[in-house]
Write a protein that binds this ligand. Structure first.
Ligand SMILES: Cc1cc2nc3c(=O)[nH]c(=O)nc-3n(C[C@H](O)[C@H](O)[C@H](O)COP(=O)(O)OP(=O)(O)OC[C@H]3O[C@@H](n4cnc5c(N)ncnc54)[C@H](O)[C@@H]3O)c2cc1C
Ligand code: FES
Length: 265
């Protein structure tokens, strides 16, 4: 196990009341899709995806969800340190032959798709980014995707920005109009199930990034195992092939709490 590195928070960007980007000046050398464990001493340690990254540093986008993330929002100021372990987990695969990809992110699930898009654009792969959220306030990184050069399409459930309805409606339209090599998704599981099923019908590659409650983060404790195969989302995931995710009965239906109790999604 790697020891947490006490990394200084260089900058905090307040994207919205409930979502902030924490910038670290440290070359993490992570692959797009991997995550780090973020430790606030005396409170907790939580998994967070790696968003933007380059040789100068990396970013994690944190949504205020509960005890630890609220404490990070309240206690951590620029110049303070957080413990960072990782990078851990599987990465998105970007095959050499891919010419055009689609990324579809729901709300706070969007960050890992930004580092994937960054890598794709660097390699000359065209990226269509579909960003969905409950309303405009919950949309994440629209400007960053646009600045990268992605064709960026937005949907909100209430129509406050972009298409009114689900991001999968936009995906359906894109799939009818464009030939893409792979669709990658991270966000609410019901959305990811729909995306994986749509890709399966089209016979195209698909990768999904899952979240399960994590403790160790590197495959030892068994907290994040999926029924019925026992794969560990921290080590064998978080990125899975669409068809592999669909083969798990809990995908889109339930998850487990810290004490292993089943919780419906
Ligand atoms: C691989 C991975 C990548 C993630 N990336 C991001 C990200 O980029 N940005 C982001 O905002 N969130 C991300 N999350 C979710 C984030 O880890 C949880 O929201 C966070 O742990 C909540 O902690 P808390 O103490 O504030 O909330 P709690 O009060 O503990 O609970 C709030 C909610 O978060 C869930 N949760 C709590 N602890 C964990 C844990 N250790 N692992 C998984 N879920 C947990 C709980 O089940 C509950 O639904 C990711 C989770 C995983 C597994
Ligand atoms: S969190 Fe311990 S095995 Fe995955």
């Amino acid at each position: 196990m790697s020891q947490p590195l006490p990394l200084k928070v260089d900058q905090i960007i307040e994207d919205s009341d409930m979502f902030r980007t924490y910038v670290f000046k440290h070359n993490l050398r992570a692959k797009p899709g991997q995550f780090v464990m973020v430790w606030l001493p005396g409170v907790d340690e939580v998994p967070m995806s790696i968003g933007w990254q380059d040789a100068d540093g990396f970013e994690v986008g944190i949504a205020k969800a509960g005890d630890c993330t609220t404490a990070i929002f309240e206690q951590i100021k620029p110049g303070d340190r957080l413990g960072i372990r990782g990078p851990y987990g599987t990465a998105f695969s970007l095959k050499e032959e891919y010419k055009k990809i689609i990324v579809i992110g729901g709300g706070y699930g969007t960050p890992p798709l930004l580092s994937l898009s960054q890598k794709a654009i660097e390699k000359g792969v065209e990226v269509i980014a579909i960003l969905g959220a409950r309303n405009e306030k919950y949309l994440v990184y629209e400007e960053k995707f646009k600045k990268l050069g992605c064709k960026t399409l937005v949907s909100t459930d209430d129509g406050s920005k972009g298409h009114k309805g689900y991001s999968t409606d936009v995906l359906e339209q894109v799939l009818n109009e464009e030939a893409a090599d792979c669709v990658y998704t991270c966000g609410p599981e019901k959305m990811m199930v729909k995306v994986a099923e749509m890709a399966q019908v089209k016979g195209m590659d698909c990768e999904v990034s899952l979240e399960r409650y994590m403790k160790c983060g590197f495959g030892i404790c068994g907290q994040c195992c999926m029924d019925n195969t026992g794969i560990r989302i921290c080590k064998d995931g978080p990125v899975l092939r669409g068809e592999s995710a669909l083969a798990h009965p809990e995908f889109g239906k339930y998850t487990r709490t810290a004490s292993g109790i089943v919780k419906e999604i």
